[in-house]
Design a protein around this ligand. Structure first.
Ligand code: URA
Length: 222
């Protein structure tokens, strides 16, 4: 499956995802964790993949990382209902291992269509997996975070994954907090994205503009 452009609603897309057997993660999942939030959300958050609690409940970011994320968003006046939350992979990788490239590839069409249908003003990517999937850069999250990028007519704000803040303490938490404040400013129209395109990255960070990561959203401008 490569293109889900014919799917007209999030409900239809979720129904398709719920019976997906496109990769090996479908064999060990309890539930497909499609997303939370509504089509009206102006902010879309993209995480990595469901953990144990998410797999059991079918809802993204309900565990400790999620609680931290929600409290940081709430501090900035952004509540769970205002945010559409999805993951790079919709099924839990066993023992919370990193998702593999073939699993990410199998799940990409769902994420792509979610972004098209929700049409958020700001996309927030959490950690390296989602940031590198959407931004074709070789630079790590530490280098690319801290600013907003113009991305297919919307803003992209890469930040640390909240799990990194749970491990890394106050300074990582404060970095996420400041990135969330950026999101707030973008929503309020108090800030523009960097004129630099996300496809260019910083410091000439793109390895190869023809690379796989550009393919995700390169084929059909949103
Ligand atoms: N971590 C993620 O990346 N996504 C979730 O849904 C939960 C934890």
């Amino acid at each position: 499956m490569t293109d889900l452009g014919h799917v007209k609603t999030l409900e239809e897309l979720e129904a398709l995802a719920s019976s997906c057997t496109g990769c090996v993660l479908s064999e060990s999942r309890t539930t497909v964790v499609f997303a939370s939030g509504t089509q009206q959300a102006r902010v879309m958050v993209v995480g990595e993949g469901p953990g144990q609690q998410e797999d059991e409940q079918g809802v993204p970011f309900v565990g400790r990382s999620g609680q931290l994320l929600m409290s940081l968003l709430s501090e900035a006046g952004i509540e769970r209902d205002d945010v559409y939350i999805a993951n790079v992979v919709k099924c839990r990788p066993p023992r919370n291992r990193d998702p593999r490239q073939d699993e990410i590839d199998a799940c990409k069409p769902y994420l792509r269509r979610q972004i098209e249908l929700v049409d958020p003003r700001v996309v927030v990517t959490l950690g390296n997996f989602s940031s590198k999937l959407l931004m074709p850069t070789t630079l790590g999250i530490t280098r690319i975070r801290g600013q907003a990028y113009e991305w297919w007519g919307r803003h992209l704000v890469p930040t640390f994954h909240p799990a990194a803040a749970l491990r890394g303490g106050e300074s990582v938490t404060n970095d996420i907090r400041s990135d969330v404040a950026l999101v707030r400013s973008l929503l309020d129209g108090r800030l523009a994205s960097s004129t630099e395109d996300a496809a260019v990255g910083r410091d000439g960070g793109v390895e190869n503009p023809e690379d796989e990561q550009l393919d995700l959203f390169g084929a059909t401008p949103l």
